[in-house]
Design a protein around this ligand. Structure first.
Ligand code: EPZ
Length: 421
């Protein structure tokens, strides 16, 4: 097993380049299965465990996957005939559920193992299923797999009951080859939803309105290979912005789309940090004591749930009281017990974390209970006095590429060790 070891107390300084968006890449790779002709060359793919897992699933389906460099994959799905995605890798991660929409639209049938992912709450897929059924698929769940069959898929008007990133993307993928027009309402507007729509359109789909309240998809006959570059990762960027503020550093975060970071920038400014936007960069500096703020997570363009855990580490040492209300996931405060081991003064009442800032955190052995919890522990370790060891870092590796190298380059004392556990 591996751990991250951090000796805290260094203000981060310098510049860090953000990789491609995990939550876009993990949808784009399954969507590449829809291309029945030609190769997809996809650039700016983050070098993370979730992507490695998807590469294995793509190969198990019969795709040819070539790694052109660390961040570029070539996927050829033209010879795929297999619509059965039931491997341990499929169960291991959340985004494998995008194979349901992709295989269904291409083959009019699919069998996909129910997905895993971070333990942050109940993660139903009823809205995905509602969409597939509306398009004409018969859906059953048997022995832990979703099995879908349709004589043909026909466009439909679908109003989602909850705003879901996964359901929006999955049903959008499924509708690309359906006959006629599909209208999706009450959709997610996250940047990665737009990115997946752009990828599908580059393959020949006809999707309009992604990023707004209504997405319209005019079905086409087939999708073909294309070249595409994934957008920068909003959440990785937000994590480095928060780490810069937490260590009272001066960090320029490059390869970002500042517009995607507005809700995070606004909160950091409200706390007293200086956030300067460039065309494709953001600089975060701190020249005074920060003050507590209240945060409520909401779908985009609101404050992202995926950034609230890192934010709780920052707010732990900020004077005054802060409240974080998690409105998306019912169980995303599990990392708070770990922060408390480092001296944080936090109480959780239902979905609200009540944080009373303390003067300092102290290093401890703590666990990355999930992906973003891991990022929170890294930030806490960077500000804490003494040594922090983070266990279960496989969660962090699922979504943050080479995290210790990036923080080391900013001056942090952080490295990875192997231990017998
Ligand atoms: C995506 O998960 C992200 N994962 C999550 O990021 C992120 O937290 C989440 O969107 C919200 O932004 C990926 O993109 C792989 P949802 P997803 O469907 O799509 C309820 C990270 O840290 N819901 O938008 O699974 C659900 O219970 C990960 O990178 C239904 O009720 O999330 C939740 O309360 C963790 N029925 C809400 O909707 C459904 O069919 C939003 O979930 C689907 C969802």
């Amino acid at each position: 097993m591996e751990r991250l070891v951090i000796n805290g107390g260094t203000a981060l300084r310098g510049s860090v380049e953000i990789n491609g968006a995990k939550n876009a890449a993990v949808a784009i790779l399954p969507a590449a299965v829809v291309a029945s002709k030609g190769k997809c060359v996809i650039d700016n793919i983050p070098d993370i465990e979730d992507v490695h897992c998807l590469e294995r699933i793509l190969r198990s389906l019969g795709c040819t996957v070539n790694k052109l460099d660390n961040n570029t994959l070539e996927v050829d799905s033209s010879d795929v005939t297999n619509f059965d995605a039931c491997t341990d890798d499929v169960r291991r991660m959340r985004a494998s559920y995008y194979f349901i929409g992709a295989l269904l639209t291409r083959f009019k049938q699919a069998k996909v193992q129910l997905p895993g992912g971070c333990p942050i709450g109940v993660r139903p897929i009823d809205q995905h299923i509602k969409g597939f059924e509306a398009l004409g698929a018969e859906v059953v769940i048997e022995h832990g797999s979703v099995i879908l069959k349709a004589d043909k898929l026909v466009g439909a008007d679908i109003f989602f009951d909850v705003v879901s990133v996964g359901a929006t993307i999955n049903v959008m993928i499924a509708a690309t080859l359906a006959e006629g027009i599909t209208t999706l309402e009450n959709v997610a507007k996250e940047p990665h939803v737009v990115d997946v729509a752009n990828f599908l359109n580059t393959m020949g789909a006809n999707i309009k309105g992604a990023g707004t309240d209504i997405i319209r998809i005019m079905g086409v006959k087939e999708l073909k290979g294309c070249s595409y570059s994934v957008i920068p990762d909003q959440i990785e960027a937000g994590t480095f912005m928060i780490a810069a503020a937490a260590t009272k550093g001066d960090v320029t975060i490059t390869n970002v789309i500042p517009k995607h970071l507005e809700s995070i920038s606004a909160k950091l400014k409200e706390m007293g940090a200086i956030v300067e936007e460039g065309d494709d960069s953001i600089r975060v500096t701190v020249d005074k004591e920060l003050k507590g703020v209240n945060i409520k997570t909401t779908p985009y363009p609101g404050f992202p749930t995926d950034v609230q855990q890192p934010m709780s580490a920052l707010l732990s040492t900020v004077a005054g009281r802060s409240l974080i209300t998690e409105s998306i996931w019912e169980n995303r405060h599990k990392h708070i017990d770990e922060l408390k081991k480092m001296g944080s003064n936090i109480k959780v009442e239902g979905r609200v974390a009540i944080i009373d800032g303390v003067k300092k955190l102290t290093g401890a052995i703590v666990k990355a209970t999930d992906l973003r919890a891991g990022a929170a522990m890294v930030i806490a370790g960077l500000v804490a006095e003494g040594e922090t060891q983070i266990t279960s870092i496989e969660h962090i590796d699922r979504g943050y590429p080479h995290i210790e190298n990036k923080f080391s380059a900013l001056g942090a004392d952080i490295h990875r060790i192997k231990v017998q556990e």
